[in-house]
Design a binder for this molecule. Sequence first.
Ligand SMILES: N[C@@H](CCC(=O)N[C@@H](CS)C(=O)NCC(=O)O)C(=O)O
Length: 254
Amino acid sequence: MAIVATADDVVKPMTGLHLYHGDISNCSMRVRMTLEEKGLEWTSHHLDLKKKENISDEYFALNPNGLVPTLVHDGVVHIESNDIIDYLDQTFPDPALRPADNEQDMLEWLELAASIHVPAIKPYVYATMIQKKVQKTAEEEAKYNQLQKNEELKSFHAKHAGGKAFKSDELETSKQILEECFVKLEKTLEGREWIMGDQYTLADISWIPVHFVLIGCGYPFDRYPNITRWANAFSSRNSFRKGITDWCADFSKV
Ligand SMILES: N[C@@H](CCC(=O)N[C@@H](CS)C(=O)NCC(=O)O)C(=O)O
């Protein structure tokens, strides 16, 4: 569980569920979907990533990586979207979004999504779609480098700083990682409605935002019929609408 110790006077007295999130952020999407599936009331604190609203002293005091989402629940700060959805499911168990008998397999899907975020999802999305849209001014760049202490994130963002672009081998590496994951997902979904079988779980909620964002970046999912069938099944779910498309109708247009 990723909890950030805070002495922040603004955060500590907060009651209920407060989500700091971004409309176009796939990590925020999975948390919004989980809140919706559980029917939980939450207060929205929206940050526009294109306006670099996450690059501020106040936000880095809340989330030391300067990333969305951050959940504040009764004054306790939680980061890391896959940990947050697991926390929400354990804290508000009805309806259950984990299988009664095979929790470990489900948690492995969450860990896989978390582990490929920086090496594969972020480079693919930035290289194919958003690096120019989120380009920092020199002033924002300096502020970011002053605030960001996480070397992996610093080095990731340095790759598209000052108009630079991701190299083709970096994009290739990310494509290889994604392919491995989607081959596994395609196989898992053979003859199954959802990733864990008949039951809709956090594994589905963790991965559908990845699909939504990547398809918006032109990722070729047409070679994966089971994934396509699975993704189409979300269109009738309220949580998909309220967690994803109400905030970002089409990632290809961000
Ligand atoms: N591992 C983190 C990743 C969060 C993350 O990278 N969020 C992105 C949006 S999906 C973000 O805040 N990007 C802004 C930045 O990289 O500065 C999580 O799952 O919460």
